[in-house]
Design a protein around this ligand. Sequence first.
Ligand SMILES: [Zn+2]
Length: 301
Amino acid sequence: MIRIKAFHHLKSLFIVSIILFFGTLLFAQEQGRPLVLQEMSWADVRDYLKTNDMVIIPIGSTEQHGPHLPLGTDYYESAGISKLISARTGVVMAPVLLAGYSEYHSGFPGTLSLKLETMEQVLFETAEMLIKYGFRRFMFFNYHGGNRIAESKVIHRINHTTEAIAVPIGFGSPIQKGRYQGKDEVGDEHAGIGETSLMLYLKPELVKMERAEKPKVIYNEKLQALWMLSQQYPDLLMVFNSLRAVPVETKKGGASHELFSNGIWSLSDPKKATKERGEKQVKGMTDYAVKFIEAWKKVKE
Ligand SMILES: [Zn+2]
């Protein structure tokens, strides 16, 4: 009798341990650890593909972000938010590029840049490899305006020449409603309050706030005239914008160092950046992407 009792006791202990073990696994999954392709083994990828064909590819840049933010800011933003999305959805994220199209920032040292065609080709060839293994749903999380054309081209190429589907989910994507610009953030486009806040939240150890300074705007006469006129004829902003963010060789006066003294593109003071603002935006962008992915998961391929 005693032996049987002990056996039953052992049996329930065993069952409890099993429940605890899988419970912990489940909990770990819910808490979410990101799935990063480079951290997985081929066996992990094989197992993943049995139940999921989605992949998130972050696209950023290595380019100047003022004297106070690291050159990799756009990469940390795109990969950082992609990781959070991965942790919450269980979708693999696969970084394939560290540089983007940033030629117009090259007046500041350290900026790297790829030609649009090179960028498109690298993204497409790496996507082709992933397609070969069974990935079919691609989401590009871009966080650099200069990459938009290359991103659109690669998305079009995947959609029109392969079995896979590709969509944008990063900054500027239709799923990211609004521009996350606060009331007192005027013309805050690059390395200003917005991006400094993001980095204070995502990578605070790389932010040198003591160097954050409102830039001097040094637009040439033509740009200044266009800006003034565009207040009266807003359609002229199209011309104004096409003269900016272009390489110095075009002689349009629209390279980064020809527009703003320290590489920060903002009419506001970047010192107003806060970690809380960064957290709010990261959370907002992550929420929209998670909602989108969960909806897309409902469509069985
Ligand atoms: Zn940036």
